[in-house]
Ligand binder design. Structure first.
Ligand SMILES: [Mn+2]
Length: 202
C-alpha cells in the first residue's frame, strides 16, 4: 500500500487504477452496531444460481437492497430488491460522498465462515453502466480479497479486508480486473460485505 502524502487516504495500486482504502471507516462502536444490525435484520437468503445449465446453492448468503422495481440479474438469477431500511440510508449517503457517486442500491453478502466464498467475476452487469464506481464496506472477520487481471492471469493482488474498512473501486476497474473472495481454512468470524452500486439503466 502507498501512502505518499501525509494525511492522504492510502491507496492500493491496481494499474492503471488507485483504490482508496479507508480504515477505520466508521467510529468503532458504530461499526460494531452496524454489524449486529445487519446480521439480525437483513433478510439473508442462500439463493440458487445457474452455471452451465445446472443449479447450485451459492456459497454465501445475500440480499439485494434497492429502490422498488430495481431488479438485478447475474449468473442466471434475477434478484428482487428488499426495501432500503431507514437506518441504512445515511450510510449509503456517507459512502457515496466519499466515493463521489450517488449510490441507489447495495448488494449485501454474508460469508458465514471460511467455506463461504465468491468466485472470479467482475461487477459488469449492463444495469451498472459501462464504468461503475463500486464501494465495498467490510464488517466482521478479516477475509482476503483477490484481484486478477482479465487478460494476464499472472498479474494478481491480494488485499486483507478487515472489520470497518471501505475499499473504493473507481470507474474502469471492472473492465480490466476480476475479483474473488476465496475460501480459507483459517478459522474466521462471519463477515458481511456491503457493495454500494448505482444502477443507471433502471
Ligand atoms: Mn463483485
Amino acid at each position: 500500500m502507498n501512502n505518499c502524502n501525509r494525511g492522504a487516504v492510502p491507496v492500493y495500486e491496481l494499474p492503471p487504477f488507485q483504490l482508496p482504502f479507508h480504515h477505520p471507516f466508521l467510529a468503532p462502536e458504530e461499526a460494531d452496531e452496524l454489524l449486529a444490525l445487519l446480521l439480525e435484520r437483513i433478510p439473508w437468503k442462500q439463493d440458487r444460481i445457474t452455471l452451465f445449465g445446472r443449479e447450485h446453492l451459492i456459497p454465501r448468503e445475500q440480499c439485494w437492497i434497492a429502490e422498488d422495481g430495481l431488479t438485478y440479474r447475474y449468473s442466471g438469477q434475477t434478484l428482487e430488491p428488499a426495501q432500503w431500511p431507514d437506518w441504512l440510508r445515511p450510510l449509503a449517503r456517507q459512502v457515496g460522498d466519499i466515493a463521489g457517486e450517488h449510490f441507489n442500491s447495495v448488494l449485501a453478502n454474508h460469508y458465514r465462515d471460511g467455506n463461504d466464498s465468491m468466485g472470479w467475476h467482475s461487477d459488469d452487469e449492463p444495469e451498472l453502466g459501462p464504468a461503475p464506481v463500486i464501494a465495498s464496506l467490510s464488517l466482521g472477520g478479516t477475509r482476503r480479497f483477490r484481484f486478477r487481471h482479465r487478460e494476464d492471469h499472472g498479474h494478481t493482488l491480494g488485499i486483507d479486508l478487515p472489520h470497518n474498512s471501505l475499499l473504493v473501486m473507481p470507474a474502469g476497474v471492472q473492465s480490466h480486473w476480476h475479483h474473488a473472495l476465496p475460501k480459507t481454512r483459517k478459522p474466521v468470524s462471519p463477515r458481511i460485505n456491503l457493495t454500494f452500486r448505482r444502477l443507471v439503466d433502471a
